[in-house]
Design a protein around this ligand. Structure first.
Ligand code: URA
Length: 237
């Protein structure tokens, strides 16, 4: 990996900022002053020191975002703002991507990482990781809906969904529910309610497996996963 990319990724600013550090002879690789940013280093083997402090290399980032409505769960888009646009330049340098998709109007827990294996572990249908959503539903949600969801709802394309857990928080003209599904079909929760003649008017993801949305995160903000959360995600096998 190029030295200037490594330093930029580790938060030492843009390549231009890094160039200036190098020019000022503040960067050492294995004890030797480095002046050329194009120099290749092995971040796991070479000792890189900036301003007297050793640079601890980090390959992956793991971010938890409270996704706001109005942005799409993609890395780039010609027209729409993406969740990646909400990250700092430093985090964008890691080339992260969202794990699983939330609709443009859906809010809540979104994991963003550049660790493909972890992304796969959380989203693979085989792993059956439960995803829990809070939703407001136009129409009165009934106990027979709960039973139908438990058996497996057949959605518009004929697909029979796996059993889902539906908890009614409030049954009204606009009902409030929590639902846990283990799949991630396109618009799945919305289509499941359409199949019983109701409409999702608000949707927010609360949880993926044991990973819970940090309610301290305002919409559109994010933080790195803590040790416990990361250990949990890495143990999913
Ligand atoms: N189900 C949906 O319908 N939309 C989402 O964003 C997530 C699950």
């Amino acid at each position: 990996m190029r030295l200037d990319k490594l330093l930029a990724n580790m938060g030492f600013g843009s390549r231009k900022d890094v160039k200036s550090l190098l020019k000022k002879k503040q960067v050492f690789v294995n004890g030797v002053v480095a002046k050329d940013g194009s120099k290749h280093v092995n971040p796991e083997m070479d000792k890189v020191v900036v301003d007297g402090k050793q640079v601890v290399y980090k390959k992956y980032i793991y971010l938890m975002m409270n996704k706001p409505p109005g942005v799409i769960s993609a890395t780039v888009d010609q027209k729409e703002k993406t969740v990646i646009d909400l990250l700092t330049k430093e985090h964008q340098l890691f080339e992260p991507f969202p794990v699983g998709r939330l609709d443009k109007d859906t809010e809540g827990l979104l994991l963003i990482t550049n660790d493909g294996e972890l992304g796969h572990r959380l989203t693979s249908p085989k792993k059956e990781v439960g995803k829990t959503y809070y939703a407001k539903i136009q129409g009165i949600v009934t106990k027979s809906d709960v039973e139908a969801f438990k058996k497996g709802i057949v959605i518009d394309d004929g697909y029979q969904c796996k059993p889902a857990r539906l908890d009614i928080l409030q049954s009204n003209e606009v009902s409030e529910i929590e639902i846990t599904i283990t799949e991630g079909k396109f618009h799945q929760v919305k289509r499941m309610f359409e199949a019983v003649g109701k409409k999702v008017v608000y949707l927010k993801r609360l949880q993926m497996g044991k990973l819970k949305l940090d309610e301290m995160l305002a919409l559109g903000t994010y933080r790195e996963l803590n040790e416990e959360e990361l250990t949990y995600c890495q143990k999913l096998n």
